[in-house]
Write a protein of this length. Sequence first.
Length: 156
Amino acid sequence: MAKKQFFLTAKGLERKKAELKHLIEVRRPELAANMGKAIEDGDLRESAAYDEARLLQSENEAKIADLEELIHRAVIVEGSEGGAIRIGSSVLLEDKEGDQTTFYVVGTHEADIFENRISDESPFGLALLGKEVGDKVVVQGRKASTEYTVLNVSFE
């Protein structure tokens, strides 16, 4: 069975590599130092500081392993300007009130709503995929739906 591929933009891959580098070169030594201090402080059987240090170290190592796997299986999304919305597209949308917002359609591992990076697998991302300039997009929210018009599609 083929292993799953992860679709990332070139910028997204660079962000993941930078995150991995930080976890290995900065966070890992910090956590090792915390672990050493907890060990020096005494009885490990009843040491909350030691237990917490072990937990944080374990979480960091799991995150490192996940990022290494993600980077290893990453497929860089390439494209050209304009055309249909796809992973890697920068999309300028306008709502009925005339407010304009730019969203970026990205793979799941790059999604960050606070930076308007929308997963291609989210309901909003799925509604955008395949649309072109001039198309209407209806996004169903919890309480109401919002209609947008696609004003521009470019590639990140």
